[in-house]
Design a binder for this molecule. Structure first.
Ligand SMILES: CC(C)(COP(=O)(O)OP(=O)(O)OC[C@H]1O[C@@H](n2cnc3c(N)ncnc32)[C@H](O)[C@@H]1OP(=O)(O)O)[C@@H](O)C(=O)NCCC(=O)NCCS
Length: 157
């Protein structure tokens, strides 16, 4: 299902891009809601996997790949070349830095700003996003969280 207001295959939003752009590939049974935008690719086809649900106003940038059976909540923005695995759930209004990768079964909290690769099965939240739960569902320990705080602090400098 592709809503009639969705824009699929608009030119890639990349400065100085010229030439052929690759039309997006939308998998079978994908559900694309109102006002979703999926841009064409510069180097490959921007893809939305089988059974994946893009809720209202999701933006998928050029060359991004979203796997099968994902759920991407409203107002999420997926940067260019991002790769999201299979079965990933993304909360409302999350933002993904271009080029990062998200592993299968990961979960991203509402409003997260994801600036680093997310391992499979983990839950990440915040800005910059950091792990909340391991793949086992256990909370991250205090020392692990402090480690992430240091990385985030370093990134801010
Ligand atoms: C990330 C998420 C899955 C965690 O859910 P949960 O396991 O029930 O977590 P809790 O609500 O118990 O919160 C645990 C801690 O994480 C924090 N937290 C939860 N979600 C957060 C988020 N998105 N950003 C920042 N911190 C968050 C809570 O404040 C809490 O912190 P505390 O222990 O210091 O009080 C959930 O909060 C979320 O963001 N779900 C997405 C919802 C959504 O957008 N659905 C789509 C609707 S269309």
């Amino acid at each position: 299902m592709i809503h009639r207001t969705a824009l699929i295959g608009e030119p890639p939003e990349m400065r100085d891009f010229e030439g052929y752009s690759y039309p997006p590939l939308i998998g079978p049974h994908a559900r694309i809601e109102a006002f979703v935008t999926v841009d064409a690719g510069c180097k490959r086809r921007t893809s939305v996997g089988e059974g994946t649900w893009l809720m209202k106003k999701v933006h998928v940038g050029h060359d991004a790949i979203i796997g099968d059976f994902c759920e991407i909540a409203p107002l999420t923005s997926v940067g260019g070349y991002v790769e999201i695995g299979h079965g990933v759930k993304v909360g409302q209004g999350a933002t993904f830095k271009p080029l990062i990768k998200v592993g299968d079964g990961a979960r991203i909290g509402m409003g997260a700003v994801v600036t680093k690769d997310v391992p499979p099965g983990e839950t990440w939240v915040g800005n910059p996003a950091r792990p909340l739960y391991r793949a086992t569902g256990e909370l991250m320990t205090e020392s692990e969280l402090q480690g992430w705080e240091q990385i985030a602090e370093h990134a801010r400098r």
